[in-house]
Design a protein around this ligand. Structure first.
Ligand code: IPE
Ligand code: IPE
Ligand code: MG
Length: 248
């Protein structure tokens, strides 16, 4: 089960009300670079450092699931040079972080169309997911070539196939049946969705799973996002009243 690391508890956080799952749309790398008259790729490199610190903070507070949106199905339409640089960065990140994931009991899981990723990235994913597969303290989901609508279409197709094959009765199709066919099968839905760099949109991320997520949008650009801000957003989350449509 989820064991909390042996470190002092961050001030002001209620250990009894840590969300089970936090999802983050890591946005603003390009703007961070542009402000400094740098190539966008420099922003992505700096963004990778933020991923490292964010994973550490998540582990420190005993989060059981952290999902990071790293590359969307729509991001394939970016300039080839940027896509190639992002893929190289990703591969390097996976291979260099493997050891820390092992030391900290973190299991890597990918949400998305793994088959569309370049060979080198797929090999790194295969290695790190296999090595970390038995870790139980935290699941790190990286959403790669991920699109929420594609995920739902795939689930609908899988249900249709099961019905056509006579394995599933249409009257048995329910929410659990859909949830079972998503990349996040067996995981809790995100309690909190964070988006950096100020855009007020979900950009095709976890459309089904965020049905009742609390949303927090910060103006901070992803490369500037840090532990203090993450903790402060978690404190804000803990102060909210979640009603789930009921009267409380
Ligand atoms: C997020 O930063 C990283 C990816 C989408 C891969 P962006 O690259 O979208 O940065 P902005 O939005 O252009 O500033
Ligand atoms: C969402 O950011 C995707 C990721 C963070 C990986 P985008 O920058 O691609 O989203 P839009 O284009 O602003 O909606
Ligand atoms: Mg963006």
């Amino acid at each position: 089960m989820n064991s909390k690391p042996d470190v002092p508890w961050p001030q002001g956080l209620d250990p009894a009300r840590i969300p089970a799952h936090v999802a983050i749309i890591m946005d603003g790398n390009g703007r961070w670079a542009k402000k400094r008259l740098l190539n966008r790729v420099r922003g992505h490199e700096k963004g990778a450092d933020t991923v490292r610190t964010t994973v550490r903070t998540a582990r420190e507070i005993g989060l059981s699931h952290l999902t990071l949106f790293a590359f969307s199905t729509e991001n394939w339409q970016r300039p080839k040079g940027e896509v190639t640089a992002l893929m190289a960065l990703l591969k390097n990140f996976l291979l260099t972080e493997r050891r820390e994931m092992m030391e900290n009991g973190i299991r890597l899981n990918i949400l998305g169309q793994v088959h569309r990723l370049p060979d080198g990235v797929r090999e790194a994913i295969a290695r790190v997911t296999a090595d970390t597969g038995h870790n139980r303290d935290m699941t790190l989901n990286l959403a790669l070539s991920y699109g929420g609508r594609t995920e739902l279409v795939d689930a609908a197709r899988s249900i249709a196939e099961a019905v056509a094959a006579g394995q599933l009765d249409p009257s048995a199709v329910d929410e659990a049946c859909m949830a079972d066919r998503l990349y996040t099968r067996d995981m809790p839905d995100p309690d909190l969705l964070i988006r950096t760099s100020g855009e007020m949109r979900v950009s095709n991320f976890l459309l089904w799973q965020i049905a009742y997520a609390e949303i927090f949008v910060t103006e901070t650009l992803w490369p500037d996002f840090n532990r203090e801000e993450f903790l402060s957003i978690l404190r804000d989350y803990q102060g909210r009243e979640r009603r789930f449509g009921k009267v409380v």
